[in-house]
Design a protein around this ligand. Structure first.
Ligand SMILES: Cc1cc2nc3c(=O)[nH]c(=O)nc-3n(C[C@H](O)[C@H](O)[C@H](O)COP(=O)(O)OP(=O)(O)OC[C@H]3O[C@@H](n4cnc5c(N)ncnc54)[C@H](O)[C@@H]3O)c2cc1C
Length: 381
């Protein structure tokens, strides 16, 4: 395969591959993305993990191939299945990049659901094609809407927009010309919340490097300070953030399944790889690859069933989404833990991906909505 010509739209979820002889063929988006991940991302995975590389070029390349656009509704209802499959293909190779894929896909999801048509026209295609990159600062609002903490950003109405101040401790997939969606509370209208796009190029927005993490250091994660930032009406995603979040929340959570599925699949592969030299002793371990294969299939089935209907307003549907997300985090940690035990000393080497997978797996379990929040949500539902 010599090159790719973008995505062919959401429901098609196919990309056009151009062969050496100039011929073309339709192939699944996940296959195309998987090929880019194996060829261009795999050599960078170690450096991304160490935090010396932020894979901007690969993210743009994946965007060109259609990885960030398949879930934008074109001429039918929204469908997240191909976006999740593509993220899983990335996650098989690098958990940090699968997380950045989630950040970008979530940003695209916000714009696709916004009723601010001017904003959608200006940013929709650029985000979906990866010409503009960015993410989401919704951890704090997601915790706030579920009664865990207070909103960290405050804003007030002024002529033509709002003025926003405050700070978010961590926002990923950022850089000097990136954008992200987040929410402030109105100081001039108590109880009102507004969702907007933050432009990292704004001089009143500062990106502060974070202290090193256990993993995810190559994800372009920064603390973000807003010093009386003017947010024009053109950057407002939703004047009423609460109903907007209710609409996009299932998609926000379901897309995270891509990170988990890719990681679990690779952990199974790690266990299989040591089956030949160590199977005679590994068979005494309580958890075997065959069990994780069953678990993977079950999680994949439920993910795909839910992902075809991400705007479903039913409470039972929402409960299934939360329950799936909780299981995906638990299963990620369990699979990575089992991969470590199956590998033994080989996996304890810094150069082996088993230990990277374990560190990445904990992130799946702690990124918002974290395991503890999901358990609270289920208890409250
Ligand atoms: C590598 C990384 C990338 C992330 N990327 C994003 C992102 O792109 N967008 C996004 O919205 N969120 C991001 N987060 C936040 C993440 O989604 C979770 O909110 C976070 O891991 C904590 O979730 P929790 O529910 O366990 O809260 P807890 O750990 O229980 O924390 C509750 C609150 O305590 C405070 N707190 C705890 N530790 C610190 C600290 N060291 N410094 C400052 N405040 C602290 C914060 O206010 C935090 O919200 C990122 C976190 C990490 C570690």
């Amino acid at each position: 395969m010599g090159g790719l010509v973008g995505a062919l739209g959401s429901s098609a979820a196919t990309a056009l591959a151009i062969h050496e002889d100039g011929g073309t063929s339709a192939t699944s988006l996940a296959d195309v993305v998987g090929s880019i991940a194996r060829k261009q991302l795999a050599p960078l995975a170690g450096a991304i993990d160490e935090g010396t590389v932020y894979p901007e070029e690969v993210l743009r390349r994946l965007g060109e191939a259609g990885a960030w656009g398949s879930h934008v509704p074109q001429d039918g209802p929204a469908d997240l299945r191909c976006a999740i499959e593509a993220m899983a293909a990335i996650g098989e190779v690098c958990g940090a990049t699968a997380f950045m894929a989630w950040c970008q896909n979530t940003l695209v999801w916000y714009v696709a659901n916004s009723t601010n048509l001017k904003l959608a026209r200006r940013f929709g295609d650029s985000f979906a094609a990866g010409r503009l990159l960015g993410g989401t600062g919704l951890s704090n609002p997601m915790k706030s809407f579920f009664g865990i903490e207070k909103l960290k950003l405050k804003g007030r109405k002024v002529d033509g927009g709002y003025v926003v101040r405050g700070a978010l401790p961590w926002v990923s997939n950022l850089g000097p010309d990136h954008f992200f969606g987040t929410i402030f509370e109105r100081e001039d209208a108590p109880g009102e919340t507004v969702m907007f796009l933050a432009d990292c190029a704004d001089p009143a927005i500062t990106l502060q490097p974070c202290k090193p993490f256990l993993a995810m250091d190559g994800t372009g994660t920064y603390g973000v300070q807003f010093r009386d930032v003017f947010v024009p009406d053109e950057l407002i995603l939703a004047e009423q953030a609460a109903p907007f979040v209710k609409k996009i929340r299932a998609g926000f959570i379901l897309l995270q399944a891509g990170m988990a599925l890719g990681l679990i699949k690779d952990c199974i592969d790690v266990m299989d790889q040591v089956g030949s030299p160590l199977g005679h002793i590994n068979r005494y371990l309580p958890q075997q690859p065959v069990q994780f294969k069953e678990l993977f299939s079950e999680l994949e089935r439920e993910t795909m069933a839910l992902a075809r209907d991400p705007l479903n307003p039913d409470e039972t549907y929402w409960r299934r989404v939360i329950a799936l997300r909780l299981r995906a985090g638990d299963a990620s940690v369990a699979a990575a833990h089992a991969a470590m035990l199956h590998c033994g000393a080989r996996g304890y080497l810094k150069s082996h991906r088993a230990q990277r997978r374990l560190r990445e797996a904990y992130f799946v379990a702690i990124v918002t909505p974290a395991t503890k929040q999901l358990r609270k949500m289920l208890a409250d539902a």
